[in-house]
Design a protein around this ligand. Structure first.
Ligand SMILES: Nc1ncnc2c1ncn2[C@@H]1O[C@H](COP(=O)(O)OP(=O)(O)O)[C@@H](O)[C@H]1O
Ligand SMILES: [Mg+2]
Length: 422
């Protein structure tokens, strides 16, 4: 009875511990991650921080964040250490109470000394786990909240469980009534976009900033899933196609380029095993072979963190080669020429023509006119919806009536700074 009463008290303390420390513990973890991210970001943006004199503001910002962490840590530590010392006290007190009760039983000849010793040892062993659970509660809460976050983040991936391997796509793209919005935002970013593209055809998506072009690109490659509607590649929903299977058939050049720390050839090989022949072939397809050879160590040049050792134009050309590595059937280029010079742009145009002749389906988002020469269709996106779409001549034709657009379209198409209707 003494042991049971003690166990009840200990479990009571454990329960109290859970009630009092969970919230602040979770809060503390959240804040400490936020502070860590803030510090990481500040370091990776050190250049602009130094140039614009932001260092002090950033370090103040980090201090504010870590103050919050410390504040919560203090609270949590107070609660946990108070409760764990209480539970240790209860356990030691229990040992004494048990010995006393045992002694009383032995004196009154209800039990033998052996029973008394055995009971004390047994109790100590039985209740030790409760006490250490309280002391180690922090890691338990940590694990549980991490598990919860993973579970929340991962359901999107569930549909990747499909085990039937689909044949390599040919490249027929069909976008059916796609809408995309973010939770908590009333206005969708992409609003009822539909179009189809046959293998070997190329479409240019043009439109003002924040029209939703890059968002549409992410939906087309399937890294984001439409809220309603579907993007199909060869008839199959692209967002539920297992990425490891689909990746080799997709070429994607994001607007933010995103190179990885490693060599040029590792980047082109998508950070996998470097197959030199395939890497060179991709670079040649992207018309970047000569540019890469001119780098200090050619294909073995290290690109630095995020490609920091390359110029913006070089980064873009390496990223284009990465997009064209392997056997891409659908290539999506988000402003691939934003940092290219005249020569780079000509190389890009040549690369697109080459891809088209191989029957690759191409989507190019662009602000510049020269590249339109290789396109079959043009789509003008505004506020997330298609304002116009059609063959190049249909779209550019009427625009001639508007002086601003006519100037951009009609005046020397090789002027690479000309903008498209915006
Ligand atoms: N990750 C995101 N979180 C919140 N809003 C976003 C995100 N990505 C894009 N947006 C919003 O979607 C709109 C379209 O952005 P984007 O597709 O990048 O435009 P574009 O590429 O045409 O310039 C913008 O208003 C932008 O604020
Ligand atoms: Mg964009």
């Amino acid at each position: 009875m003494v042991a049971s009463a003690g166990a009840v008290i200990l479990f009571g303390i454990a329960w109290l511990n859970e009630r009092l420390s969970r919230k602040p513990l979770e809060q503390m973890q959240l804040e400490s991650r936020e502070a860590g991210r803030f510090a990481d970001q500040s370091v990776s943006h050190a250049e602009v921080a130094a140039a614009l004199g932001m260092s002090e503001n950033l370090s103040n910002g980090w201090q504010r964040l870590s103050h919050k962490v410390l504040h919560h840590q203090l609270r949590v530590n107070r609660i946990v250490s108070f409760l764990s010392s209480s539970s240790r006290f209860v356990r030691q007190f229990l040992q004494v109470a048990l010995l006393a009760t045992g002694a009383w039983l032995v004196i009154n000849q209800f039990a033998t000394i052996g029973v008394m010793i055995a009971a004390t040892i047994l109790l100590g062993r039985a209740l030790a786990p409760v006490e250490s659970a309280i002391a180690g509660w922090k890691s338990l809460v940590d694990a549980r909240s991490s598990y919860g976050r993973l579970k929340k983040a991962l359901p999107e991936q569930d549909n990747e469980a499909s085990t039937t391997q689909l044949p390599a796509p040919v490249g027929a793209l069909s976008v059916e009534n796609v809408m995309f919005g973010l939770i908590g935002q009333e206005r969708p970013i992409i609003n009822r976009v539909s179009f189809t593209l046959d293998p070997g055809n190329a479409i240019a998506i043009v439109g003002p900033s924040a029209a939703g072009k890059s968002t549409l690109a992410r939906l087309l490659v399937g890294v984001w899933k439409p809220s309603t509607g579907v993007v199909r590649l060869d008839g199959a929903d692209i967002s539920s196609w297992p990425r490891e299977q689909l990746g080799p058939h997709i070429g994607y050049l994001p607007q933010s380029i995103e190179l990885f720390a490693g060599s040029v050839s590792e980047n082109i090989a998508r950070m996998g095993e470097v197959d030199s022949a395939a890497v060179v072939e991709a670079a040649q397809r992207a018309n970047a072979h000569e540019t890469i050879l001119r780098l200090e160590k050619g294909y073995d040049t290290s690109v630095g963190n995020g490609g920091a050792f390359l110029s913006a134009g070089q980064r873009q050309r390496v990223a284009l080669a990465r997009a064209l590595y392997g056997t891409p059937r659908l290539v999506i280029l988000d402003e691939p020429n934003s940092n290219l010079d005249h020569e780079g742009e000509a190389a890009l145009l040549e690369a697109i023509r080459g891809l088209k002749s191989q029957g690759v389906t191409i989507v190019v988002i662009t602000h510049r006119t020269p590249i339109l020469a290789a396109m079959d269709k043009v789509m003008l996106l505004r506020d997330g919806a298609i304002e116009k779409q059609g063959a190049l001549s249909e779209i550019i034709g009427p625009a001639r009536a508007k002086p601003a657009e006519a100037a951009a379209m009609a005046s020397k198409p090789e002027a690479s700074t000309a903008s498209v209707g915006v």
